[in-house]
Design a binder for this molecule. Sequence first.
Ligand code: NAD
Length: 495
Amino acid sequence: MKDWTALASDLYRGEFRPMFIDGNWCEARSGKTLEARNPANGALLATVPEGDSADIDRAVTAARKAFEGPWSKFTPFERQALLLRIAERFEAEWETLCLSDTLDMGMPIQRTLANSRRVLGMLRFYAGQAVMIHGNTIPNSFPGEIYSSTVREPIGVVGAIIPWNAPIAGSVWKIAPAIATGCTVVLKPSEEASLTVLMIARIMQEAGLPDGVLNIVTGHGDTAGAALAAHPGVDKIVFTGSTATGQAIARAATGNLKRVSLELGGKSPVIVCKDADIDKAVPVAAMAVFANSGQICIAGSRLFVAREIHDEFLRRLADFAKGLKIGHGVAADTDIGPIISARQAERIAGYLAAGPNEGAQVVAGGAKAEGPDLAGGHYIQPTVFGNVTDQMSVAREEIFGPVISALPFDTLDEVVTRANATPYGLAAGVFSTHLGTAHKLANRLKAGSVWVNMYHAIDPAVPFGGVKMSGYGREGGMEHMEEYLDTKAIWINAD
Ligand code: NAD
């Protein structure tokens, strides 16, 4: 087994890591910097530029120049070849990328490593899509020799803004379709986790990505992010993050009516029916929230359990939660890594207090995790609340931490109504061994993805996104390509 801790000590040593604009590695115009700290122990990993509107401006200018320059002459087959080369480089550097991510945002290394199928799959899927873009020849109502057809064109300069909880997959899912379609990108990573995204830019540059096609501006959301969302030179914003920020971005984007796709927050229901296979359902329902310490948009944080099996299910869920190992992400046996920041840990701790105050029963966890090995970091025990009612804050609000709120139910009609009674609609889970029940629930739940007897399946070939206040637009699948393309109609009078 690899000694990740030893490897980690060589990766970042507190040095300055520049951002990436027009193929150049540069400082912020202001000269200001941000600290990148390891959430596992608070150690300084590196500093990065604190970019602002001036840096966004030069990145957008570079992206526009590239969009209109030689990049526009790349054939679909050349863009495909580029994506395949990038995939090869990713495969070769996969462990380093994962280690960087674990250090920068805390995800246990075993989990980041396991994402390779998805991330390498994304690059290869969009390589395939690059050569499939085509328009139609359309019969029309005009008399005579008048021909009409469509061509698909890249939308232009894409502004991408991502959160900190999955920097590798989050950035590749924004960049790969842009390369496939011939767009250019200005990407602002989260101020909490920029380092791996900068590494990704370096890998893409080495694989032959032309200057200006990808630009990374590190910085804060309310300065660099807001400037990108409002910039008149940006044609499309693709955003992943909280619903409140998504609303601000949608408002900022109205200035030049840029197109917007939003992947936002959730409060996803998981329904365990009385005929569920409990042995299989317990670990999956637990990790539907506890994976990445609950810092997952699709966390199945409202757990509806049929009353007939409720007590037994909660007992087994509590045993499972108590058996999870909390620790640094670089330790190979860690199940639950740190929370990204003190601010986020305090927010979660607020819900740990609110649950019992509002009448919930602590079945497992319920407090911050502390100990000599955890010093300097921010850790929360995997927590299960029982006796939860639909009105409690822990049942209504996105916690973004390792907290499950369990609610009993009696009938399928009742649970569908309760599960759908949320402003969000990102994902849902169903556990049932009855085919009809599984189908009925999957059809009636209002969510962008429904998983039956499984959870968390996200694939480059399958569309992913939300309904209601979980956003609009899709990533993955052929639907994703549409987000980066415009349709032009061409008419020809041949008479
Ligand atoms: P956040 O909304 O605070 O920040 C996300 C990004 O937006 C960051 O890069 C931030 O700097 C930037 N930002 C902040 N304010 C901005 C503004 N005014 N204008 C432009 N950009 C701004 O979210 P977070 O705390 O980093 O991430 C957690 C949230 O993300 C949760 O709500 C989670 O559900 C959501 N999320 C959704 C998905 C999904 O696919 N639906 C995936 C991961 C995370």
